[in-house]
Design a protein around this ligand. Structure first.
Ligand SMILES: [Fe+2]
Length: 145
């Protein structure tokens, strides 16, 4: 892949989402607290693993991944949250929007890598896309409206 801007954007989003998902994990209130608390934990664990995997893919290609919080905030396209209390439905809406965004970026990276013949990146990102699809299904199934 000639251009790693998109992968750095994705990496930055993973870094921001790690914190953002902890925010909703800690601050969700109301019915089904435990369910949302545990679901968001499974998501931040997953994002944390992806964060390392993506940076290592870049290193293997002699590209330096962004590695500073300041740079992640500058390059991320997901937004941090204000507030310290979120209802279940608010959390589901927020997480749904972010996972849709991540799925779209992961799909772009996968397709670009395919054009470049980089099948390791293709393989890694196909798994990411499939994971987002599964979690988006879970979210839709949990939604009451
Ligand atoms: Fe926790």
């Amino acid at each position: 892949m000639k251009n790693y801007t998109k992968m750095n954007e994705y990496l930055s989003n993973l870094a921001v989402l790690n914190v953002k998902l902890h925010n909703v994990h800690w601050n969700v209130v109301g019915p089904q607290f435990v369910q949302i608390h545990e679901f968001t934990e499974s998501l931040y664990d997953d994002m944390f693993e992806k964060f390392d995997a993506v940076a290592e893919l870049m290193k293997m290609r002699d590209v330096s991944p962004l590695a500073k919080m300041a740079d992640y905030l500058k390059n991320a396209t997901v937004e941090e949250l204000d507030g310290d209390k979120f209802t279940r439905d608010e959390v589901l809406d927020i997480v749904q929007e972010d996972l849709k965004k991540m799925k779209a970026i992961a799909t772009d990276i996968r397709n670009q890598a395919d054009e470049d013949g980089d099948f390791e990146v293709v393989g890694e990102f196909e798994e990411h896309v499939a994971g987002y699809s599964k979690n988006l299904w879970f979210i839709k199934a949990m939604m009451t409206k």
